[in-house]
Design a protein around this ligand. Sequence first.
Ligand code: HEM
Length: 184
Amino acid sequence: MKGIVMNLLAEFVEQQLGMAAWNELLSSTGYAGSYTSAETYPDEELLTLVQQVSQQTQIPVDDLIFQFGRFMFPEFVQRYPELVNPSSELIPFLLTIHDVIHVEVKKLYPDAQVPHFEYEQENPHHLKMFYHSGRKLCRLAEGLVDGAARHFDTTYSLEHEVCMHRGASRCELVVRTDTKIPVS
Ligand code: HEM
């Protein structure tokens, strides 16, 4: 995972546990805890840190990964404002992830391993996103969608019945903006 993501993870964990606990976590794992944006770090480092936070907070790993995605979104927008059109809306924005945003990410960081998304759109309020990645970080994708919904101040619902973690070859994230379920 790129250092930019690892640095955001460090900020997220510090926010969750406080500075002292984060420093203890670093000494117990032996990780440096400060990362260079363009460097690549083993995915295990991210997963180990999240697992440790989960043990300390009793928050399940899946929920922490979701919360990390939600935390990441506004941080990404702040760091790469040119990639997120402020006058867009949630679904048109989500349609740009694969062909615009992650393409630009690859230009900035050629060895970035961005996930693969395909789309099926039934109507302007109903988008099916097919997520595929060897990392199976679909909960991170869900959290990023949640962060994007907050950013665009949009009420939405998300269904994720078909999942790589349950044997599917790719996840199906169905986003609807015509429902009345409030953003939690
Ligand atoms: C709702 C919007 C987005 C979704 C759903 C999304 C999804 C993801 C996911 C799930 C990953 C983890 C890698 C994997 O699954 O293999 C990822 C990686 C990444 N994304 Fe996105 N993303 C979104 C928006 C953005 C934006 C706005 C930026 C920056 C402007 C961005 C930059 C990155 C970067 C730098 C990585 C790390 C790649 C690496 O470490 O090699 N993404 N994205």
